[in-house]
Ligand binder design. Sequence first.
Ligand code: NAD
Length: 287
Amino acid sequence: MGVYVVTGVASGMGRATANELRWRGHRVIGIDLHRADICADLSTEEGRAKAIAGVHEQSGGRLEGAVFAAGLGPIPGKEEVVAKVNFLGTVELAEGIRDLLARGNESKVVIFSSNSTTTVPGVTPEIVKAFWDRDFNTVLKIANQSEAPSTSVYAGSKTALAHWVRRTATSMDWAGQGIRMNALAPGAILTPMVESQLEIPEHAEQIKALPIPLGGFGDPADIAQWVLFMLSPAANFLCGSVIFLDGGTDAWFRANDFPLPLAPEQMEHFTKRYQEYQEFRKQRDGK
Ligand code: NAD
């Protein structure tokens, strides 16, 4: 039995995941604004520092996994908080507890991204870069030039996270230390987050109009089962993947966009990455 960190443990998919982990006999260190082992505001620097210190204190020195579910949806007027909790509340916390994950045995990390990454207009490479640079003035400036700033910030934060996972998961600090990090991209899941959006008429209209070929909404308990699968030995060979769990929305809109074959103009980059891998392999294997 292992020790796992779950953020966003007080509600929705984080809560369902923590319940499932505990039911299977694991110990969970839950983080949230309230109703958690560590109560911390992950949108602030102090809150993130408190969470990192608390996990070090409570973990006993190692973790078998971490699930980053804390987050906010698109909330008009709260763009800065949404940007910071969704991106920094995940990335900085993951970086801050990486040492404990590296001591675990084939430890697993699941990051909650979203299918808004591929299905929402208005996310530009510039806003993703600004998240990467942790330059939130620029994030807000770019978002404010779009038609729906709160949606651009939300989808931008989740796209930046998905790219961060793809890029970071394969690095020496993560894959090189045996940590398996992947992202989940849920569609519309009936949690308190979506329930509150359904109470706002224009958001409700948008959500109900969304193509979901399987119909209905996702169930948080089903998503928790998936997260458990991604924390299990079944995921030992999974690294840097973004898994869509959205009733078919992404495939409906973007059937031919993924997988994309290797284009001739990408050969230079490909060759460079081959060469870089030789160095990576030497370091990873200690040769
Ligand atoms: P939820 O609102 O039920 O739970 C989110 C939790 O995050 C809450 O307990 C909340 O208190 C916590 N949280 C929010 N701000 C925080 C802060 N500053 N510091 C600490 N904790 C904070 O939401 P959910 O639907 O279970 O969402 C879980 C994750 O999945 C989120 O990252 C969300 O963006 C993502 N997601 C949800 C959906 C959906 O349809 N529900 C779709 C795609 C992605």
